[in-house]
Design a protein around this ligand. Sequence first.
Ligand code: KG4
Ligand code: ZN
Length: 342
Amino acid sequence: MPENPVYILGIESSCDETAAAVARDNTVLSNIIANQAVHKAYGGIVPELASRAHQKHIVPVVDQALRRAGIRKDMIDAVAFTNGPGLIGALMVGSAFARTFALSMGKPVIGVNHLHAHVLAHFARLGGEDGNSPNFPFLCLTVSGGHTQIVKVNSHHDLDIIGQTQDDAAGEAFDKVAKILGLPYPGGPLVDKLAAGGNHEAFEFPQPRMPGLDFSFSGLKTAVLYFVERQQSKETFVRERITDLCASIQHTIVTILMNKMEKAAAQTGISEIALAGGVSANRGLRKALDIMGKKNGWNTYVPPLELCTDNAAMIAVTGYYRYLDGEFSETDEAPFARFERF
Ligand code: KG4
Ligand code: ZN
């Protein structure tokens, strides 16, 4: 452990949030996020528009993160940034900014894997709270817009994937069915909200039969599409039954996820169980984990809402753990679009 506190500037730009944060060790001093409204009209993210919006936001967002933290630029010990996976043009903005900033200050850079950071969000201390982090080894269900993984976390740096989706991610499933129901992008949070007023037993959707600990979500959107198309008037049916539809769809996704977690816990004998990623903000999923945890005697962990969806605090905190191990990146490392390994 270094004698003095370590200050890390974290930068996240993998998708449509431009985010910057400052951490003192694993304590989050600031966590600034600029969302991009430009995509609203398109029903999804337009990569080129995302890159341009990052370019516009990055300097003010970093400036605000430093000011909110009360930290001078020269106090930063290292700059951590997301180097993938994500949209290449978007990642390049954060990566170029981070490396230029670090180079001009004579500080090292730490390229962070976005999915590693979602997991390590569990070690971020927010608002001076002591926090309740999982003990190693733990299982983390990472559910985001682009990925769905069951990760066996052996230490801050040693992570093994033991299950993953073979097609759509859980967040993508939420977003795609929401689109079928005529809801704007991103649909996940809206489905969550509407589901709260509906009956989850109103409709039954098929569950995939996937071997082992892997997932499949692409069949669900097709099932929902055919189901609503079969109704006499799709528009009237969806309008009248939207809360029941959302509750039933959410219940299906949550059941698929939780059944696999139960299997993973039984197979590994691990009873420290965590959620991470954007979909871990879902109230149905959080409640199901709580119920299942009580049933199976698990210790369960969910990140604070602020750290579920994309943020730079998780990047800064992951940077801190990499800093402790002296794991710095070369300044000529290029960002990568697809997840390959931790
Ligand atoms: O982790 P994240 O912010 O970005 C990626 O790394 O992809 O996850 C975004 C995903 C989107 O698909 C969004 O619809 C979903 O998380 N999401 C939710 C909720 N909040 C965000 N899905 C269901 N319920 C929510 N409350
Ligand atoms: Zn993410």
